[in-house]
Every structure is written in structure tokens, then in C-alpha cells.
Design a protein around this ligand. Structure first.
Ligand SMILES: NC(=O)c1ccc[n+]([C@@H]2O[C@H](COP(=O)([O-])OP(=O)(O)OC[C@H]3O[C@@H](n4cnc5c(N)ncnc54)[C@H](O)[C@@H]3O)[C@@H](O)[C@H]2O)c1
Length: 476
């Protein structure tokens, strides 16, 4: 589907349009179950074109960045990147000129003087076509991620793309094949892999604290109902409400899943095998749509729509026999949670509800022991930029750790912590869960985007070996 057609799909504004899109999607999953399940794992070739896992691109002394998407998420990245030495912000692009102007203001009184692009749905291509940009940073609606990332890689740029990187299995393969063909990085910006407890538990797992990892849990439980129904300051063109009104499954799996996959060395020693996914019905979104439509005709198209079931639970079995549970609920009045639970043969850890806890048996360890473990297992990257990251901010600092690490790896010619196989696999959980949900939680095979190289790919580097040379200019 080309870019314009994708947008047309989500622009379906009429009641009939939304209802039809929703019905068709579910019907297509039901009618073609056998075939779709095969297609989900089908590979255009069983041989990997080039292995991007561990790929070290040529060093870039300066990383020249172009940003696409400057809505609620994008400007924060512009700000964070402006603090990092060795970064040059060369381009700012958003469909809406106002958003570009706002982002430009962030760079006032800095050395950055980007060109701006706006007012046209395809204007981002102009920025990607420039030959003085190294990295395209994408924070647009989900339906645009893959086409933008593929175009940028084809234009010779590395890509950092917001979560999820793709919406369909076909898009996942497009990312993999383009990254392998162009030898350009395609990193999904899974910032939760850089949160403090997640990094701590990754290092603990590496050092054998948990013994054999048996089970992991993650989630995205975040009440976004108000934001979804906010036509003034919410998502541009209500894109996220439309996603929730036309699909049913775990639409946003990567926040809870990414850190668990790194701990289990998924794509690098273990691989997902199959999943099963079940959704509750919707008890909240439809009611809210009816309520909203009673006072504002704008919401009429949504009042007869079958919304995504509020709670989705997806379970994955890995090739090595471990299990993963991932939940998704963005429409219930609950406190925020990504769960982050790691359970092994010798111990376990769990964050949410806070405080984070660790156990080696029946009882949680006490605060003093917790602090000792924290001191012992805090990884180098946190020692290096953790405190600074907390000052810079961005989800408590994890966003900055992620951006700094990305730039530092590019400048030092190191492999990135998250490669295109992670982007594809973690994103694929959404369409696979939709398939399973539409078929009474039947199991669905998970494609192996590494085409077998997971058996020999090295785990991600947790030290700062050959890295850590990038300075930060931040004085607040
Ligand atoms: N990692 C995280 O913690 C995190 C947090 C929030 C959002 N996100 C992700 O960031 C992305 C953006 O989310 P958001 O909340 O900023 O949404 P948003 O609607 O506020 O912003 C999207 C922006 O993309 C722009 N856009 C749309 N079509 C475009 C086009 N053709 N060319 C250029 N610009 C275009 C819109 O004008 C808008 O400004 C999403 O993928 C979301 O999942 C990630």
C-alpha cells in the first residue's frame, strides 16, 4: 500500500467507513486463517541476504540528523539530541507547519540551523533525499513508520524509528530486507530497554543472578482514553483512536517486551516460536464514544464502532522453552504499568507496582540487600550517563540514555543495541496477536526474521567497550 493509500485508510471518517473497515479487517483474519498463518512465517528467501546483527557501520564523526514527526513525541528528541556532542540537526519535518515552528524554537540559541519541511504529506522525502544527512529519526503515526524507514534506508540513511516500527508482517519483512540490502541500521526506538531497573536486571541476568531465565512478563498498561478522545491537543487527525477502532489485539507490544527479549537473548541465542493471544471485550471505549458523540458530532463516526478489547494478553513460547506474557490495556482506569517481571531458576525481579522488588526465594529481599545488588549490577552505561540523563529527562532519563547510546555507537562505528531483527520481531507481535485474537486465541507461528542466524548471533554488548566517547553539553 503506498503512503497516500495508507493515510486514506485511516482517514475513513464516516460512521459507515469506520464500521466497514473494522468489519473487513476481522473478516479477513477469519476467512483466511490457514493461508494467513502460513503467510505470517513465509519468507521471500530462506537465506539471509546479509546479517545486520552485530553490524558495525563506518564511523561517523558527526551524526547529521533529520527529524520527521514533531507532534507530542518528536520535539523531545530534538531537544535531547541538541545536547549531544557530535550531533548536527540538519532537518525538521512535519506535515503541520506549526509543529515545525515550535521545534525550531527549541533550537534557538544553539549551533543548529536546520532546514524545515512541512505542508505536504510527501515532503519528508525531500529531506531523506539530501546527501548531507546520516540519520532519519521518525516519530510519526504508526502507519507511516515502515514506508518512511524503507525510503530513508534506500536513500542511504540510517534510521531510528519510533515504536512499533511496523504494523503488518509484510512491513516487518520490508524493513529486514531493506536494512540487509542497504546495510543501513534500522533501530526501533524502544526506550524502555534503557530504563534503570530494566538495565539493572539485564546485567543481573548476564551475570547469572537469576540462573536459567524461565519466564518474563511485560506490559503497556496506560490509560490513554482522554488523550485518544481529545481532538484539540491529542493525536494528529485522531490516528490513535482510529487504530483502536479498527484493530483488535496487542497494538503496542514493544515497551514491555523489548527489555524481556534482551534478557532472554531473543534473536541472539533464543528465538520466539509461537504465540497465543486473547482479548477481553471492550467495556470502555464504546461508552466513551457514545458519551462524546452526545455533545459533539465530531465523534459520531465512532459511536457504532467495535473497539479493540480493553485488555489483551499474549503468551509466547520460545524455541528454548521459556515463556513470555505481554499485556496491553490503554483504555481502563488503572495506574500505569509495564510490569517488567523476570523469573529464573534462582531468583526473580519485578517492577510495578513500585517499588521494584527482587527475590531469591519465598520473600522479597530487604531494602539494604536491594541497594547492594543495585551497586553490584548497575551497568557501565548507567554509571556513565545515568545521573545526567535524569537531569535531562525524558521518561525519567531513559530516553536520553537511548539517544546518547545511539549517537555514541554511530560515532564509534559500533553495532547498535537494537537491530532491524528486533524492530521486526517485537513489532510483529501486534499483527500476530490480531490474528490469534480473531481466531479464538489459536496459536500462531512467529516468523524468524533472522532466518536462522539467531543461533549464532552474539548477545548485545552491555559494556562500553570501544564506546563512551561522546560528550554532552548540558548545564542545567
Ligand atoms: N517511545 C515512547 O515512549 C513513545 C511515547 C510517545 C509516542 N511514541 C511514538 O511516537 C510516534 C508519534 O506519536 P505522537 O504521540 O507524537 O503522535 P502525534 O500525533 O502527536 O505526532 C505525530 C506527528 O506526525 C506528523 N505527521 C503525520 N503525517 C506526516 C507526514 N506525512 N509527514 C510528516 N509528518 C507527519 C503529525 O503532523 C504529527 O505532528 C508514535 O509512533 C508513537 O507510538 C513513543
Amino acid at each position: 500500500m503506498n503512503n497516500n493509500k495508507r493515510r486514506d485508510f485511516l482517514k475513513l471518517g464516516s460512521l459507515a467507513g469506520l464500521g466497514l473497515a473494522s468489519a473487513n479487517l476481522i473478516a479477513s483474519c477469519k476467512n483466511t486463517n490457514g493461508k494467513e498463518a502460513v503467510l505470517a512465517t513465509e519468507v521471500t528467501s530462506s537465506i539471509q541476504n546479509f546479517n545486520m546483527s552485530g553490524y558495525q557501520a563506518p564511523k561517523l564523526e558527526t551524526v547529521r540528523i533529520g527529524f520527521i514527526g514533531l507532534g507530542m513525541r518528536g520535539p523531545g528528541a530534538v531537544k535531547r539530541m541538541s545536547y549531544i556532542d557530535g550531533v548536527e540537526i540538519k532537518g525538521l519535518c512535519d506535515l503541520r507547519p506549526k509543529q515545525v515552528e515550535k521545534a525550531q524554537k527549541i533550537l534557538k540559541n544553539t549551533s543548529h540551523n536546520p532546514e524545515t519541511y512541512s505542508g505536504d504529506e510527501e515532503v519528508w522525502k525531500k529531506m531523506c533525499d539530501r546527501d548531507d544527512i546520516d540519520l532519519i529519526y521518525i516519530a510519526t503515526p504508526w502507519e507511516l513508520h515502515t514506508s518512511m524507514a524503507v525510503y530513508a534506508m534506500e536513500a542511504g540513511k540510517h534510521v531510528a524509528v519510533e515504536v512499533p516500527a511496523a504494523k503488518t508482517i509484510d512491513e516487518c519483512w520490508q524493513l529486514v530486507e531493506t536494512s540487509e540490502k542497504t546495510k543501513k541500521h534500522c533501530m526501533m526506538l524502544e526506550n524502555c530497554c534503557y530504563d534503570f531497573f530494566e538495565l539493572l536486571t539485564l546485567n543481573m541476568a548476564r551475570q547469572g543472578f537469576f540462573g536459567e531465565i524461565v519466564h518474563g512478563e511485560g506490559a503497556y498498561i496506560h490509560n490513554l482514553v482522554d488523550l485518544n478522545f481529545n481532538k484539540e491537543t491529542g493525536y494528529e487527525s485522531m490516528w490513535r483512536l482510529k487504530e483502536n477502532a479498527t484493530r483488535n489485539g496487542n497494538l503496542y507490544p514493544t515497551h514491555g517486551l523489548g527489555p524481556i527479549c534482551q534478557i532472554m537473548d531473543i534473536n541472539r541465542g533464543d528465538q520466539m516460536d509461537y504465540l497465543t493471544s486473547l482479548s477481553s471485550n471492550d467495556f470502555n471505549m464504546h461508552n466513551r464514544a457514545v458519551e462524546s458523540a452526545a455533545t459533539d458530532d465530531f465523534y459520531n463516526p465512532y459511536k457504532d464502532v467495535a473497539f479493540r478489547g480493553n485488555m489483551n494478553t499474549t503468551m509466547v513460547k520460545t524455541k528454548k522453552g521459556r515463556s513470555i506474557m505481554i499485556q496491553h490495556d490503554v483504555s481502563s482506569p488503572r495506574p500505569y504499568s509495564r510490569i517488567h517481571l523476570v523469573s529464573g531458576s534462582k531468583g526473580m525481579a519485578r517492577k510495578w507496582p513500585s517499588p521494584a522488588r527482587i527475590a531469591k526465594g519465598h520473600q522479597w529481599i530487604n531494602e539494604e540487600e536491594f541497594k547492594e545488588i543495585e551497586t553490584k549490577y548497575t551497568p557501565e552505561i548507567v554509571k556513565k550517563v545515568g545521573e545526567l540523563a535524569k537531569k535531562v529527562g525524558g521518561h525519567g532519563g531513559m530516553d536520553f540514555i537511548m539517544d546518547w547510546r545511539l549517537i555514541d555507537c554511530l560515532r564509534n562505528g559500533l553495532a547498535l543495541d537494537q537491530d532491524v531483527y528486533d524492530a521486526a520481531l517485537w513489532s510483529s507481535i501486534a499483527p500476530l496477536s490480531e490474528r490469534s485474537v480473531a481466531n479464538r486465541a489459536q496459536s500462531v507461528d512467529v516468523p524468524d526474521f533472522t532466518r536462522g542466524s539467531w543461533k549464532t548471533n552474539a548477545p548485545i554488548e552491555l559494556t562500553l567497550k570501544g564506546a563512551g566517547t561522546t560528550n554532552v553539553i548540558f548545564n542545567k
